[in-house]
Structures are given as structure tokens and as C-alpha cells.
Design a protein around this ligand. Structure first.
Ligand SMILES: *Cc1c(COP(=O)(O)O)cnc(C)c1O
Length: 469
């Protein structure tokens, strides 16, 4: 057994700690195993359907689960709840312009609201949308707008054991082949995501975005960024890409965004808030369309579904998120958990990503065919054992092909342990690792699940299962 390196050793200091201290606490309760069994049956073996009160350590998602700083809470007190022209909107707009570098900002209630606007404006029915692996809501909005998603991520991304440092990169050959096959006019835009969620939180390199930009310029295709976890992506560039070790996170972020025509954002992730999002773009005409559409679906263009106080908390959170010591601690915690599991030889996706540790359910349950939902099973087992809530990222999340109606069979069959930002301590990480170890030690007993209810859209949120005996 190798002892994982401490963060101090990794970053060349003696040790490290979070650059904040705790001022307010939220008590959590722990159920008995019998109570958890009942809760799991009631939830149809779907961790999305559990009540939060029944969860001990909640690693379902890093979305909207962030802890605010005292500065952000103070900002909430100066919310300007005017229907039109809230001062908090102008503050937010100025911060996004400065930090991300885009000209025009349209606020939305969360990321998918921005995806909806982007897809409505940018996609003509029948056009292709190449992307570096899919994200659930992103692809669905692309498809609902009549687009055809086409995966152009590098092959290494589909291999949980590949140690490629930038597994989120686009494969220029695949992208070029699509352009040659369907013609540039049939490509709505190129959809690039920072730290690819479904691949295990894997980053995109600066070199890659530059190359994609050059190819897009050659064919006059627009390049849009899913900026949801782009700050975390900037950390990996600083750590791994030659020439960026001394560059501050804020500068890396700005440079990366400068190669794109616009971005959509789920503020619930990187921005250290609980709700909110935005769509940003440089093109004047497209901006006017987006600003007009937002009124129909989200709200007036100076709030877009957010309260004034939410916009203020977001403006402050954006600035906190690009502090180097914050992001080092954030990713350091993810790595601490991942290194611990790795040192116990529990199969995880490597390299360890930015927001989560992904357990490789295929390798943990080799006895289960994908139709018996190994990742869903593992998430259920984890909860049962110790009240840790994780999320399936495998065949259930991948859904069905809209044309054939068949199940998609993703190569990755994963369980995501997602870390909320600034919420849990190292002791929580130790408990989580021990819970995973317990489920892992019991792996031979797992029989799998059958789906007994399947919703039409984004089925992973609401599907129900029963155990196979
Ligand atoms: C969460 C997420 C979204 C959607 O954002 P919401 O705020 O949940 O609507 C889009 N893209 C990625 C990569 C995400 O992780």
C-alpha cells in the first residue's frame, strides 16, 4: 500500500489547508441501516429520489451545493429586487465581462436556461453539433432544437485507465472528418466543454482550444464554450501545460475564453452559489436575439430568473473562485479522496478530475452486464452501507438514441462522488473512502437492478429500479 502524497508535498509546501474557516454549521443526522433500507426502497434505488435529510454525506452533485462566504451573505443583504435594471445585474455583468472577457451577458435561472437560449439561436434543424463528449442537459437541448450531437472527444477519454493529462481534448481529426463529411454549413457550432464532466472531470488544454479555434476559423464555424467548470480546467492547465506554471488562474481563464465566441454557464458550479447561470457572447446580432428570447423563457434581461440578491452573491463568488489558493484547495480535496481510494486499489477514473472522483463500476462489478445497471447498483450499495449519496454516470444517464429508441451503451459506467465546494472536511473524505471500501469489499454479492419506471427525458433523474435476486 502506497501512502498518498499530502497536498503540501504535491505543491512543494510543507502542508496545505483550506483558505477559510467555518463560521456557521448545519447539523447532519445519521440513519440506521434499517432506516436507510426503507428510504432506498421508497426512492426506487435511485439516489436522486432520496430525501436529503436521509443522507449522511451528500456527494450527489457539486451543483448548487456550494457554501457561500461571509462576503457573499453580506452581498445578499444588498439585493436590489427591482424588476428592471437591478444594480446587482450591472455588478454581475461587469464581473463576468472582466473575468471571462465576453462582451454581452444574458442572465438565466441556471445553466440549462442558457443552453436552451444558445441552442434556439444557434441551431437550424438538421445541423450537427460536434462536442467533446456529451453532457445530459446540453445534448438534450441541442436535440430539442433539431441538432444532431456528434462526439469528437479524443479516444483516451473513453478509457478510464488512460493517464493522458488532457483527456477532455477534442480530436481534431474527428472534427475535421465531420466537417468534410457534412460540410461546414451543416455545423451549427462547435460545443467545447471545460473539464468534461462525463469523462471524469477531465481538462482541455490551451493548445487544444487554440487548434480548434484555428480549424473553426478556416471553415467559418462558431466555437462556444460550456464554461461551467472552466476555473477548474484552468487549474489543470496551470499544473500541467508547459509555460503556464507561473500564470495566475484568472489569466489562464481569460486566455482560454478569448479563443471562443461565447459561453453558457451553470453558476451553480464554479461560481460558488446555489442558483443562477448566464449566456455570454460577443456577436452583437446574436446577442440581441438572446436578449429578446430570454424574456420569454427566463425573465427580463436584467435578471433572467435570478433574484437581485442571487446575482450579487454570484458576482462576489466569481471573484472568490479565481483565487489561486481557493482552487488549489478545491482540487486538493478531490485528489485527497481519490488518492486514498487509489491507494486501496479501488478502480477509479484516472487522472483524478476536478470536481469528483469517479468509481469504475464496470471493473468493480465485472459479473454484471450493463443492462443490469452496475453503476446504479453501486450508488445504491454505497448509500445502504453508510448513507453516502453518489450518482450514476453510465447507461442510465446516457439514455436512448432519439432515432432508434435503443439504449445507448456508453463505454464509461461510473459512479460519481462529487464534492460540493467549501462544504465538507477531510474527516468527511476519510469516512467516504471507508464507505466505498466497504461496498468494494462486498462487490461479489451484487446482483444488479432492473428498471421498473423510465421517464421520457433525462431518465436518470426520476427512473425507478428493483433489485434482481
Ligand atoms: C450542470 C451542468 C450544466 C447545466 O447546468 P444547470 O445549472 O444544472 O442547469 C451544463 N453543463 C455542464 C457541464 C454541467 O455540469
Amino acid at each position: 500500500m502506497t501512502v498518498p502524497k499530502t497536498m503540501g508535498q504535491q505543491f512543494g509546501r510543507r502542508s496545505w489547508a483550506e483558505p477559510w474557516k467555518i463560521k456557521m454549521v448545519e447539523p447532519i443526522r445519521v440513519l440506521t441501516r434499517e432506516q436507510r433500507e426503507t428510504a432506498l426502497v421508497e426512492a426506487g434505488y435511485n439516489t436522486f429520489l432520496l430525501r436529503s435529510e436521509d443522507v449522511h454525506i451528500d456527494l450527489l452533485t457539486d451543483s448548487g451545493t456550494n457554501a457561500l462566504s461571509d462576503r457573499q451573505w453580506a452581498g445578499i443583504m444588498i439585493g436590489d429586487e427591482a424588476y428592471a435594471g437591478s444594480k446587482n445585474f450591472y455588478h454581475l455583468e461587469a464581473v463576468i465581462r472582466e473575468v471571462y472577457g465576453y462582451k454581452h451577458i444574458v442572465p438565466t435561472h441556471q445553466g440549462r436556461g442558457a443552453e436552451h437560449l444558445a441552442c434556439k439561436i444557434l441551431i437550424q434543424p438538421g445541423q450537427y453539433v460536434p462536442g467533446n463528449m456529451y453532457f445530459t442537459t446540453t445534448r438534450l437541448h441541442q436535440e430539442l432544437a433539431g441538432g444532431i450531437f456528434h462526439d469528437v472527444i479524443i479516444d483516451e477519454a473513453h478509457d478510464p485507465q488512460s493517464l493522458d493529462p488532457f483527456k477532455g481534448n477534442m480530436d481534431l481529426g474527428k472534427l475535421n472528418a465531420l466537417i468534410q463529411r457534412v460540410g461546414a454549413e451543416n455545423i451549427a457550432f462547435v460545443s467545447l466543454a471545460g473539464t468534461v464532466n462525463m469523462a471524469g472531470g477531465q481538462p482541455v488544454s490551451m493548445d487544444n482550444v487554440k487548434a480548434v479555434r484555428a480549424l473553426c476559423n478556416q471553415h467559418r464555424i462558431r466555437l462556444f464554450l460550456d464554461a461551467t467548470r472552466m476555473v477548474e480546467n484552468a487549474f489543470f492547465i496551470q499544473e500541467r501545460e508547459p509555460g503556464y506554471q507561473e500564470t495566475p488562474i484568472a489569466r489562464i481563464l481569460q486566455e482560454f475564453c478569448s479563443y471562443t465566441d461565447g459561453a453558457w454557464m451553470s453558476g451553480k458550479k464554479d461560481h460558488l452559489v446555489n442558483i443562477g447561470g448566464w449566456f455570454a457572447l460577443n456577436d452583437e446580432a446574436l446577442y440581441h436575439e438572446a436578449r429578446n428570447l430570454v424574456v420569454i423563457y427566463e425573465g427580463l434581461h436584467t435578471y433572467g430568473g435570478m433574484a437581485g440578491r442571487d446575482m450579487e452573491a454570484m458576482a462576489i463568488g466569481i471573484r472568490e473562485s479565481i483565487e489561486d489558493d481557493y482552487i488549489h484547495a478545491r482540487i486538493g480535496q478531490v485528489r485527497y479522496l481519490g488518492d486514498l481510494l487509489d491507494s486501496w486499489q479501488i478502480p477509479i477514473v484516472k487522472p483524478i478530475g476536478g470536481h469528483a472522483v469517479f468509481l469504475d463500476a464496470r471493473r468493480i462489478y465485472p459479473q454484471l452486464p450493463q443492462e443490469h445497471f452496475p453503476a446504479q447498483m453501486l450508488a445504491a450499495e454505497l448509500y445502504l452501507d453508510s448513507g453516502v449519496r453518489a450518482m450514476e454516470r453510465g447507461i442510465v444517464s446516457a439514455g436512448r438514441d432519439p432515432a432508434s429508441g435503443e439504449n445507448r451503451h456508453p463505454e464509461l459506467e461510473l459512479v460519481r462522488l462529487t464534492l460540493p465546494r467549501r462544504v465538507y472536511t477531510q474527516a468527511h473524505m476519510d469516512m467516504t473512502a471507508e464507505a466505498v471500501k466497504a461496498a468494494f469489499d462486498n462487490r461479489e454479492k451484487a446482483r444488479g437492478l432492473r428498471m421498473v419506471y423510465e421517464p421520457k427525458y433525462l431518465r436518470f433523474f426520476q427512473a425507478r429500479f428493483e433489485p434482481i435476486f
